[in-house]
Design a binder for this molecule. Structure first.
Ligand SMILES: [Zn+2]
Ligand SMILES: [Zn+2]
Length: 348
């Protein structure tokens, strides 16, 4: 290396212009704002970042340290930069973050430090203020066709609603909350903060139970020049429930599931499958439900007929043997009674 000049800063020999040491001295390695702010909801702990609220489940100290870290700027040509942060509390809403930076400046070890005041500001978030203000966008009305919802269906639907609320909130739908679940004649009304979440809930319920969904809107006022609407989402479950045993299409069927608006059944005579339309389910004669079945014993049998003990009267009753049922005398079977008759269930 040929030393052709001297440094105008310190007078040391150098190649050209300022020497390395003087260049380091005149470079800002770490720039920090004197003060930053963390905006946090006192009710739920959400944080407002770049104008948007988001749910967080980190303690305030972590938010403070993240805010300090976000606010610092490091000289872009510093090699192997390493930042260390120390946060300490100085008042009810004031924290001090001490920032230390080490790295390499043109091959020389270099360091810098700064102090940032971090103020915590409490502000009720969009979601909490809307929840407190009794705000809601939609009502999911759960009903069933031609009957009331069973307690078990209501319980399962409520679980679906709560889990959808959680999922939607995680995905950033700030209004995904359940305001109220109120029992009404024949079903339940679920009042929700977000229409989008209401729709997703309705779809999950349809996936589980089949049925139909219908949406309607109602204008409820205006705010800041924008019309405000409430959405009604009517979900009507099919007339027949899973496990219902019915007479339809001239045979005895058990409901095993749903495919859109069709009710999927299994024949208790020959084991075949049948998809009943809404009209067919309306006309079907309901004999009972698998949940009310009783166990009994096969006494005797031939190709087509089983003799079983009536679990109530202990008389021997003949029942048609389902084609796919493999039993021997002495075996236990499940039956449901209707009138003086019994229907034999196929294994699930
Ligand atoms: Zn110099
Ligand atoms: Zn909040």
């Amino acid at each position: 290396m040929k030393l052709s000049s001297i440094c105008p800063g310190c007078g040391s020999p150098t190649v050209e212009g300022l020497c390395k040491r003087c260049r380091l001295e005149s470079t800002t390695l770490l720039s920090c704002p004197p003060r930053v702010e963390v905006i946090s909801c006192p009710v739920c702990g959400a944080q407002r970042l770049r104008g948007r609220w988001q749910s967080v489940d980190r303690p305030v100290e972590v938010l403070v340290s993240e805010a300090a870290e976000r606010s610092v700027e490091i000289y872009r040509d510093l090699a192997n930069p390493q930042v260390t942060l120390m946060v300490s509390k100085r008042g009810a809403t004031r924290y001090i973050a001490e920032v230390e930076l080490i790295g390499e400046f043109e091959g020389m070890p270099a360091e810098d430090r700064c102090t940032i005041a971090v103020d915590l500001r409490y502000e009720t978030c969009d979601r909490c203020s809307k929840m407190a203000g009794r705000y809601y966008e939609a009502v999911v009305q759960l009903r069933a066709r031609g009957r009331s919802l069973s307690a078990q269906e209501i319980e399962e639907c409520e679980k679906i609603v709560l889990s959808q609320a959680e999922k939607s909130l995680e995905k950033g739908d700030r209004l995904a909350f359940v305001r109220e679940m109120k029992p009404v004649r024949g079903g339940v009304d679920i009042v929700v903060g977000s229409t989008q979440m209401g729709r997703l809930t309705a779809r999950s319920i349809l996936d589980r139970f089949g049925g139909r969904m219908r949406e309607s809107y109602k204008q409820v006022g205006a705010k800041n020049g924008k019309d405000l609407y409430r959405t009604n989402i009517l979900v009507r479950l099919p007339r027949l429930r899973e496990g219902d045993v019915v007479v339809a299409r001239g045979t005895v069927l058990e409901v095993r599931g749903y495919g859109g608006r069709k009710t999927l059944c299994l024949s208790l005579m020959d084991g075949g499958r049948a998809f009943l339309s809404e009209e067919e389910t309306d006309a079907a004669r309901l004999l009972g439900n698998r949940s009310d079945s009783q166990k009994t014993v096969v006494v005797d049998m031939d190709e087509a007929v089983l003799e079983v003990l009536d679990p109530v009267s202990y008389k021997t009753i003949s029942v048609t043997k389902p084609g796919n049922l493999d039993v021997r005398p002495g075996d236990e079977v499940e039956v449901i009674g209707y009138g003086d008759d019994l229907v034999l269930l196929s294994p699930l």
